[in-house]
Design a protein around this ligand. Structure first.
Ligand code: ADP
Ligand code: NA
Length: 329
């Protein structure tokens, strides 16, 4: 395949992805399949850092993969697999860990934030070395482009540094990845607290989950926090709630923000919410139905994941052999 390679992944840490994951990541992945040789993983080893219940982890790994497929990731064109099915991820992570400075890893702001909340005894070494495993995920496939949110920028920078370090110490053996940062309008805010980003760890009433019922989704949009004015105008600073609704509509319908502002210029917030609920349900309901169908045929889903892992291991195995050879293993 002569197309440039893209790698991206999500952790299986919830029973449903949310609208932010879909518009900010998954939908972009689907589009990238056209012009890139795409590799998409469910990074279940990363999810161990939050000490999940084993049954929940198993279920979430599969339902996350099912959501990738339902949203349009095509296993014929792209590779789709569970990280733990490709042991080279953990193996390369060890080598990279031996090239990472303790101080360098200690500067990762996400680790600092999370470990500060959990305290030294509640913080695992796995959480500390998480960005090193992420570097292994990316470098194993010689990915040129990595779609990441703003919060992963520092981790991607570490991946780049480790790739450059490997290359300068041992010869040209891996590709140095570039970040692919998604457009601002693909950033979805919490419906109940529109100054914060929509997140699985946020307030449930601010969340739209792909696996929610139509009724729950419609209700959450109807209750979305707006402001005391009446004007429908895109202004993230002063009108975060209304702007978020416009951004959601625009991201799904493809109608520009300016056109939406014109269309709703003499309408009320209630009208906008009804229109947003309509486009969201049109986008989400078919995905939810396909996920339900995939989960009802676990054998087929497992087969797709096994085949994805088999193909991924061909590439990962070659990279690991190159690295092992270079470092003297
Ligand atoms: P969460 O914040 O819910 O824990 P993750 O950090 O697991 O989500 O993110 C998974 C992917 O979804 C990442 O690519 C991230 O950039 C994207 N993403 C997460 N939340 C949003 C959001 N509110 N808007 C746009 N993209 C998002
Ligand atoms: Na492709």
């Amino acid at each position: 395949d002569s197309q440039p390679r893209v790698f991206s992944a999500m952790q299986p840490t919830a029973d449903s992805l949310h609208l932010g994951n879909y518009l900010g990541a998954l939908r972009q992945w689907v589009a990238l399949q056209e012009d890139y040789d795409a590799i998409y993983a469910v990074v279940d080893l990363h999810a161990l850092t939050v000490a999940p219940d084993p049954e929940a982890l198993r279920r979430r790994s599969r339902i996350t993969a099912a959501q990738y497929l339902a949203a349009g990731v095509d296993p014929e064109r792209s590779m789709l697999f569970l990280q733990s099915h490709v042991p080279e991820h953990a193996e390369l992570a060890w080598v990279l860990g031996c090239l990472t400075g303790f101080g360098e890893a200690s500067r990762m702001t996400q680790f600092k934030d999370k470990s500060a909340k959990q305290g030294a005894e509640g913080t695992t070494v796995g959480l500390f070395t998480y960005p090193v495993l992420m570097a292994a995920d990316i470098l194993l496939y010689d990915a040129q482009l990595v779609p990441v949110g703003e919060d992963q920028r520092q981790h991607l920078e570490l991946s780049r540094n480790l790739a450059q370090r490997l290359n300068s110490r041992f010869g040209d053996i891996v590709t140095v990845p570039e970040p692919y940062i998604v457009k601002d309008t693909a950033k979805i805010q919490d419906l109940a607290e529109p100054t914060a980003k929509m997140s699985k760890s946020g307030n449930p009433s601010g969340l739209i989950e792909l696996m929610d019922t139509d009724k729950v989704i419609a209700k959450r949009i109807k209750s979305a926090v707006t402001d005391a004015e009446t004007e429908i105008r895109y202004d993230r600073e002063n009108k975060p709630g209304v702007s978020n609704l416009l951004a959601i509509h625009s991201a799904i319908s493809g109608t520009s923000i300016a056109e939406l502002e014109a269309e709703f210029s003499d309408k009320m917030y209630g009208h906008l919410k009804v229109a947003v609920a309509e486009v969201v349900l049109d986008a989400v309901a078919p995905i939810r139905e396909r996920v339900t169908d995939l989960m009802a045929h676990p054998g087929e889903l497992d087969e797709i994941l096994a085949e994805g892992a088999r193909r991924a291991r061909v590439i990962a195995g070659e990279t690991l052999a190159r690295v092992y050879d270079a470092v003297g293993l």
